[in-house]
Design a protein around this ligand. Structure first.
Ligand SMILES: Nc1nc2c(ncn2[C@@H]2O[C@H](COP(=O)(O)OP(=O)(O)OP(=O)(O)O)[C@@H](O)[C@H]2O)c(=O)[nH]1
Length: 563
């Protein structure tokens, strides 16, 4: 059994303990360094950057972790070294401060000292953890309705889009199900099971019982004021009059249950002081972000490549190179020009802050940070980058990757697949007789077909698969770690389901089909050759009558049979 997850306070306490445990050794080393510098005749050696940096980061991390007296002594030592290192009494001042730091450590080991330090930490307000974001695209939908024809059509469409649907015929079974497994949304007939507003009354009692509002959509045979009012009073999110167009209902369900952002924000922290990095990581992780820490500036570039962050937090004072130099190196690389960088430092001098900002960083946050402010500064800037990135990489109509991004992502995926000996399949999908759809039902109806297929692709395939709109009514999917046979099965199921979706142009309904060509990696080892082979297979599917899936393996097989 895995141990229970620690709370933020417990994790912070562990971190504080580690900080205190390793401090005696660091103080000892610093004392030795200072003794050595006393023996040296050169004044500059007393300004050794290591010594200065030690007191500087001790000040910042000490304050962040709630050790105010440690931060105070470190601050005084830093000041003494910075402002007047030539003073006659500098030696005794530094030795005194080092001794005071050691005494403070001894005090912190006592019960009284620990309680005093805890009081400092408890007074800090931490941001609340946001509601858990959904990682899956599949939703659990409860359907309470008793018109058999209506139920079948709705269940079919909901399942087509990859949702799990459970139908209920009685209030008791519905109540029990909600209490044991909470759904993502409820579709409720207003008269379920009997009575003019029985359905909305059921929802009201359930919400009272659980103390939480269930996302819900009400279906009604009529749009009379009384039943609409009962739905509003029950806190329902939507109201549809029958007959409901399943696609409209699908859109409402999507809107009701979609997460704002599917992927948590990714933040890279570069800080040579591991406790400081870990403290800031804890705060951001608590707010739902994914954080990676790097303790050496020279590892930052490779971490950028591997981790692809949405924002970078950089400590200003580091050995080897400063935060400012690191930001300049990163900005010189075209692929990272837009990456938001925030400096973190104990520097309070605004003049110095301004000069550090010249490398085009977004903001300067002073340690000790106010947790809620750090989270909101990071969140705001990282989300903005996400939005800009999505405008550049996504097709505006469908939200799928556009042509160039799809090609880039497939190129990268194939490089990895080569390295790891993995097997992928590419599917090229093209809607059949689409010109005719536009000509018969109008361009808007055609757009509806394209958007629906895009949503279907998104809900039916994994987040790790690459799904793009190659242009017009043509789509591509790179299905990772599947064989041709598996890809054919998946695509055939999708093709069957799509063929049963009812589209509407005004009151006229129609259906559409698509054809698919599949090629396989590593038999076709590059994006170009995969694409060509999938295209040829698609062409054959069209020639053979459309509404079918064909593979490049069939083509190869036929070609060798002809030889
Ligand atoms: N509504 C709509 N139509 C589009 C869009 N992009 C491309 N099209 C249309 O899609 C149609 C594609 O037609 P064709 O390439 O001739 O193929 P098809 O009619 O689908 O026939 P087959 O592929 O042979 O089954 C053209 O009429 C384009 O104008 C779009 O974003 N929205």
């Amino acid at each position: 059994m895995s141990p229970p997850a620690l709370s933020l306070h417990e994790k912070l306490n562990q971190l504080r303990q580690r900080f205190i445990n390793q401090l005696p050794a660091r103080l000892e080393k610093t004392t030795e360094q200072w003794q050595l510098s006393l023996k040296s005749s050169e004044a500059e050696s007393r300004l050794a950057p290591d010594l200065h940096r030690f007191f500087h980061s001790l000040k910042g991390t000490g304050r962040s972790l709630g050790f105010e007296r440690i931060a105070l002594f470190a601050e005084q030592a830093e000041e003494a070294l910075t402002t007047d290192p030539q003073r006659a009494d500098i030696d005794t001042r530094i030795v005194n401060l080092l001794n005071q730091l050691k005494d403070e450590l001894v005090y912190l080991q006592t019960h009284q000292g620990q309680q005093a330090a805890m009081a400092g930490l408890n007074s800090v307000e931490f941001p609340h953890q946001p509601e858990q974001k959904r990682s899956k695209r599949q939703r659990l939908i409860y359907l309470c309705d008793d018109e058999p024809e209506h139920i079948n059509s709705l269940m079919h469409h909901l399942r087509c889009f990859g949702h799990e649907v459970v139908h209920f015929a009685t209030t008791e079974s519905f109540f029990n199900a909600v209490l044991t497994r909470r759904p993502d949304a409820v579709i409720m007939d207003v008269q379920f099971p009997h009575g003019q507003t029985a359905g909305t009354e059921t929802l009201t009692s359930l919400n009272k019982l659980t103390g939480e509002q269930l996302p819900s959509i009400v279906l009604s045979g009529h749009g009379d004021f009384h039943s609409r009012l009962s739905a509003v009073r029950a806190g329902c999110d939507g109201y549809f009059t029958k007959p409901v167009k399943p696609l409209d209902l699908m859109l409402a369900i999507d809107e009701l249950t979609s997460p704002i952002s599917e992927e948590p924000l990714r933040i890279l922290i570069v800080d040579d002081e591991s406790e400081a990095a870990e403290y800031h990581a804890l705060l951001l992780e608590e707010a739902g972000m994914v954080v990676q820490q790097v303790y050496h500036p020279n590892d930052a570039l490779s971490a950028l490549e591997r981790f692809c962050p949405d924002l970078m937090l950089v400590d200003v004072y580091m050995p080897v190179c400063s935060g400012e130099e690191l930001a300049t190196i990163i900005r010189q690389q075209p692929e990272h020009v837009g990456l938001p960088i925030i400096y973190l430092s104990s520097e309070t001098d605004s003049q110095k802050q301004m000069s550090a900002m010249t490398a085009g960083v977004e903001a300067f946050i002073t340690k000790p940070v106010i947790p809620a402010e750090l989270v909101s500064a990071v969140h705001l800037r990282a989300e903005r980058l996400r939005l800009l990135r999505s405008l550049m990489t996504q097709d505006s109509m469908t939200g799928l990757y556009n042509h160039s991004t799809t090609t880039d992502l497939i190129n990268k995926a194939l490089i990895q697949a080569h390295r790891n000996g993995r097997q992928h399949a590419m599917a090229m999908i093209d809607i059949d007789h689409f010109k005719e759809v536009n000509d018969t039902y109008g361009h808007l109806a055609g757009d509806q077909v394209i958007i629906t297929l895009a949503r279907l692709l998104k809900t039916r395939f994994r987040l790790s698969d690459i799904i793009g709109r190659y242009g017009g009514e043509e789509f591509v999917v790179l299905l990772k770690d599947v064989s041709t046979e598996q890809a054919v099965k998946l695509m055939d199921n999708l093709r069957n389901d799509f063929g049963q979706v009812d589209f509407y142009a005004g009151e006229v309904s129609f259906r559409c089909t698509f054809s698919v060509g599949i090629s396989d990696f590593p038999a076709h080892p590059s994006t170009q050759s995969l694409r060509l082979a999938a295209d040829q297979a698609l062409y054959r599917a069209k020639r053979q009558g459309r509404n079918q899936v064909t593979t490049s393996q069939e083509l190869d097989h036929d070609a060798s049979a002809c030889e």
